[in-house]
Design a protein around this ligand. Sequence first.
Ligand SMILES: [Zn+2]
Length: 105
Amino acid sequence: MNNEELTAELHCSNCDHETIHTLVYAGRLLVSTTCQVCNSQVKHEAIDLRLHYLKDLEHRIATKPRRLLRRFWRAPFSSAISLPKKFMSQPRKIWSEIKSILGRN
Ligand SMILES: [Zn+2]
């Protein structure tokens, strides 16, 4: 899983005003924010990240059957064709996300 970078205007405690920050995301989780003016970086603790990720994953797994069912009722014919493939590809995708998060230093 590749990290994604976004920029946003946030308050920097070092500069003490609004500056452009680089936000680094792993999936949907914020890993770090870096002020582009003074370069001060806030890293989100790996352990927090892991706990947050596991909670997020738990929620995704818990709500998945309902989400898939909802999609099925909206378009039963096309879902019936694409559903088995989606079911098959999910565990691998989730596993690669877990490896990426747990392998983080
Ligand atoms: Zn700053």
